[in-house]
Design a protein around this ligand. Structure first.
Ligand SMILES: *Cc1c(COP(=O)(O)O)cnc(C)c1O
Length: 234
């Protein structure tokens, strides 16, 4: 049976309520404030009315992994805050800095240099996170943990980039408790960033639909949720 538009929107509302209370529960269980975790809605693969509905329900941060798709949605919904969470190709950097308020996926010094140059052209500082491949899986993007501080140092030296934290994608695990170490290692690395570069490097973007509770237990300040809010992608 095909759902009507209204049914889909109602389902999204219910999902948002459920995820919010699960986030609050996970934070409380970890002895953290229930509002210590930002809920990002990952709208990749979903049409802009889905994002509009989430915004109506108070979600204020939206994640996309393709520049072109983000440009289309941002044109429809110009007042939302869009952040890049996917691999950024060098030839898309100029459009990326126009549409994204933050790039969470810096994984090389070359990309940092290109983003700094594009931000300089706009005369607009750009917030960035370093994406780290904690698990070491070949299929995962991100800088190796051993090289992360070096990349952080490069970002610190670039006048138009503002480093704000670290991001990772954990391997899929049937039982997310078994990959908690990934989140713990990202947190430890974040602590080193703060020790080297200052408190501004405070954010931990980690946790997705199936593992956000484990990530919150390890200190996530931002969780990136797509399918649990909007359903399966086609
Ligand atoms: C797609 C995606 C998400 C959201 O994944 P869900 O399992 O749908 O919640 C989070 N982070 C990144 C980097 C993604 O590409």
């Amino acid at each position: 049976m095909t759902e009507t538009f209204e049914q889909i929107m109602r389902q999204i509302d219910q999902n948002i309520q459920r995820i919010r209370s699960q986030i609050a529960d996970a934070a409380t269980a970890a002895g953290r404030q229930s509002d210590a975790v930002t809920l990002m809605a990952v709208t990749k693969g979903f049409p802009s009315p889905y994002a509009a509905e989430a915004a109506r329900r108070g979600i204020s941060v939206f994640g996309e992994n393709r520049v072109q798709e983000a440009l289309t949605k941002a044109a429809a919904l110009p007042n939302l805050r869009w952040e890049m969470i996917g691999t950024l190709q060098r030839n898309k950097v100029k459009s990326a800095v126009k549409v994204f308020q933050r790039i969470q996926s810096i994984d090389s010094i070359e990309l940092a240099l290109a983003l700094n140059a594009a931000a300089q052209t706009l005369q607009q500082p750009l917030e960035v996170f370093v994406q780290v491949n904690i698990s070491g899986e070949a299929t995962k993007h991100g800088v190796q943990p051993e090289l992360a501080l070096q990349l952080g140092e490069a970002i610190q030296s670039l006048p138009y980039l503002r480093g704000g934290g670290l991001m990772t994608v954990a391997p899929f695990a049937e039982n997310p408790q078994t990959i908690r170490w990934v989140f713990a290692e990202l947190r430890a690395l974040r602590d080193s960033f703060q020790a080297h570069f200052g408190d501004s490097w405070q954010d931990l973007s980690m946790g997705m639909s199936h593992d956000f509770a484990a990530a919150i237990a390890e200190g996530a300040t931002l969780v990136r949720i797509g399918s649990a809010l909007f359903g399966g992608r086609k």
